[in-house]
Design a protein around this ligand. Sequence first.
Ligand code: IMP
Length: 424
Amino acid sequence: MNMDIVLGLQWGDEGKGKFIDLISEDYDITARFNGGSNAGHSIERNGKKITLKMIPSGIFMKEVQNVIGTGTVLDPVSFKKEILNVKQFDETLQPEKNLIISKKAHFVLPTYKLLDVFMEESPAYTTIGTTKNGIAQAYSNKILRQNVRIGDMYSPDFKERVERILERDYQFLTDAGMELPSLESICEEFFDAVEFLKQFDCTETELFLNKALKNKQTVLAEGSQAALLDIDHGTYPYVTSSSTTASGACSGLGISPKKIGEIFGIAKAYCTRVGNGIFPTELFDELGDEIRIKGNEFGSNTGRPRRTGWLDLPALRYAVMINGVTQLVLTKADVLSGLKSVAVCTHYEWADGTIETNAGTLPENAQPIFKWLAGWEADFSVIKDASALPDALKDFLSFLETELEIPVGYLSTGPGREQILKMK
Ligand code: IMP
């Protein structure tokens, strides 16, 4: 049996949560392989909305087993809040029964979030526009081999090791003049959340997942953030600190690339971005504002307004290529409904020629070249059959299929859980 993967192909917020929620009921296991509480997967159930940060989307299906894999970083304080929130959302759920955590995932310590705030505000550092969840600090301490892992919480010297790191960071931040909560209160909240975490099965998730695949169980790897925010392949330095791509799913979960099946790539019909960084097709006019309002483009994690712009095919081609995407899932085309025409950036032109595939290294003077396509006036949110879609939208989808050389497998027709069409 193979593992399928769902990934965002732009700068995040493509609507992964909704799609994963839809298909996860077809899988035995859903697994998170990267990132931490910086993610925000919005899910609608029974008319109520909830945003998941760290917990895989299969948590709402009691028969689905959920895995927080080795490539992730876990903040126990935020995790505890999220679990309590999930239980409040649906009192019948018992996440401690269908969620397991890798012993080798890394902790996000409380001072890491404070360091994120410090670095964002200090002129000595590049301002990235992070979610201030301490993600980069956790991954950098991991690479430095100075961090603590989930499995370490059972060691007798765990408290001592954590306190040493917290004291070190606390001293640094105090010396830098940052106003801080007391170290005692930080420690108390953290160790209390670690006790809460101990009710979950923290185990060798690689063994669990590989055994499951051998026993013909189906696994869905759930990406967070997105391809253009990948630490290696994204628009560095304005990226997150983890591997967000299909190969990140393999390393983050300990699954061989030979065992990958379908790779679903999610993209919006336009682009958005939160935080700083290059965004060549960005709209600065009223239309950009209109798309932001109509598409509710405000960060589900931080509430920040998202920057908006036209679809960027050179960036999308790159994301499709490095991930080996097998099916495109197009979201939010409904937000563009009513526009007489819509633009798509097909390539870039600059002094030395044209750029068809943007590998995140676009020269500064490269100009986006747009193709204008007819817009779709009609509201198609109630359509249940792909053949009944407006002709202009069908043309838009075929144009994307030709340009990207992959089929559009699904089309989201509105924000609701049921508003998604299987195209093929
Ligand atoms: P960090 O992951 O919090 O370190 O933030 C690094 C960059 O990734 C910032 O530009 C964030 O806005 C962006 N980012 C992180 N997580 C998400 C996400 O889930 N959706 C969209 N952008 C994100």
